[in-house]
Design a protein around this ligand. Structure first.
Ligand code: ADP
Ligand code: MG
Length: 360
């Protein structure tokens, strides 16, 4: 393994091959299924022949102007595990993957694949993650261009830079993510800037029309309303991602908790109840924070979660009553302590406990 890493990081293809052949001859005894391992190894070695994998080596990356700074980020092994979306959105994503699995069938019927996808939705609902999930599911590298940074830092040459990236992504199979896509639609005060932005939009429009179906172009935006309707119409599909509903929040917690500690179903349901309006990203961060704290303080993670939710509390009505009841039932806090934590008055706490009869 160490040898493999050494020759691999130096980009020494023949060395990697030699080591791979050695592995083929002597499969390590710890491998469960030697035949499957050999087949996978053969396949991996064959892939290095095709230009598809090597194309994404550092040297070929488009760079900013005359510098060596790469414009894009290339992820050869994107990880979208644990993506949880509403059923409708998930179905569309599955369909995009299925189209590519059955591309021959579609082609022979004279029907094209989904080549471009516009993902919109509030921050932290998984737009970037969805692009990773798609690339992973399609076994393609993920090439990411963050348009907000390109547009803000080098507006003068943005058009050229974006064209270079699109050409690069078109030259072989990949998923291209144009992240923060609305950056090219934002209005500026400077006339020269407006002219340049218009030029960029035109570059993208032309490219969308003739995008090849070998690669999938994904654009992500938090502000679809900023986009020119002409731009939106050019995408083959548009999916709007929403803040997670109760089912998704429970699923995100279940996924996050799997493999670490037992988070009992009752607690998952309670936390899902108490995290309405949170984005998926806020929820995963809340979980990570509480998990760390629970280990450091040797306190059950469910208790830490309820306390942290109370500290950040933005809940009202029945959800706040539920939180207050949970603070009493799980943490044994006094009315005064609960009032301080949640930021409400003492009588509010008493009334909430009365309404819920202390049952979260
Ligand atoms: N739908 C989701 N399912 C599971 N985890 C999610 C989801 N959305 C966001 N996350 C978590 O939050 C992180 C940030 O989300 P991200 O994809 O960057 O959101 P966006 O691009 O919509 O702002 C992800 O890396 C993941 O850990
Ligand atoms: Mg994002």
């Amino acid at each position: 393994m160490l040898d493999l890493v050494r020759v691999g990081t130096r980009g020494h293809g023949p060395g990697v091959r030699q080591l791979a052949s050695r592995l083929l001859r002597a499969v390590p005894p710890t491998v469960h299924d030697p035949d499957a391992f050999k087949a996978a190894l053969h396949q991996a070695m064959a892939a290095t022949n095709a230009s598809a994998e090597l194309r994404f080596s550092g040297g070929a990356l488009p760079t900013e102007g005359d510098t060596v700074r790469p414009l894009v980020d290339v992820d050869a092994a994107p990880d979208g595990d644990g993506l949880i979306l509403a059923a409708g959105a998930m179905r569309e994503l599955d369909e995009i993957v299925a189209e590519r699995r059955l591309s021959e069938k579609l082609h022979s019927a004279g029907v094209g694949l989904t080549r471009s996808l516009l993902l919109s939705g509030p921050p932290g609902v998984g737009k970037t993650m969805t692009a990773r999930w798609l690339a992973q599911s399609l076994s393609l590298p993920l090439v990411t261009l963050d348009l907000s940074s390109v547009v803000s830092s080098y507006l003068g040459s943005s058009g050229r830079n974006i064209k270079a990236v699109l050409d690069y992504a078109k030259s072989g199979p990949c998923v291209l993510l144009l992240d923060e896509f609305d950056a090219i639609a934002k209005r500026r005060d400077d006339d020269a800037d407006i002219g340049e932005l218009k030029r960029i939009v035109n570059v993208v429009l032309v490219e969308l029309d003739r995008w090849p179906d070998t690669s999938l172009l994904v654009a992500a935006t938090n502000h679809p309303q900023l986009l020119d309707p002409a731009v939106e119409r050019r995408f083959d599909r548009a999916i709007e991602l929403q803040l997670p509903g109760w089912e998704q929040r429970a699923a995100i917690l279940t996924y996050a908790a799997a493999g670490s500690v037992e988070l009992d179903p009752g607690t998952i349901e309670l936390v899902a109840d108490l995290t309405e309006h949170m984005s998926s990203s806020q929820l995963t961060r809340l979980w990570a924070l509480c998990r760390r704290r629970s280990i450091l303080q040797s306190v059950p993670v469910g208790t830490v979660l309820v306390e942290e939710i109370a500290r950040q509390c933005t809940l009202t009505g029945a959800a706040r009553d539920k939180l207050i009841a949970a603070l009493r039932a799980r943490l044994g806090l006094s009315n005064r302590q609960i009032a301080d934590l949640v930021g409400v008055s003492h009588p509010t706490v008493a009334a909430a406990l009365k309404r819920t009869k202390g049952q979260p």
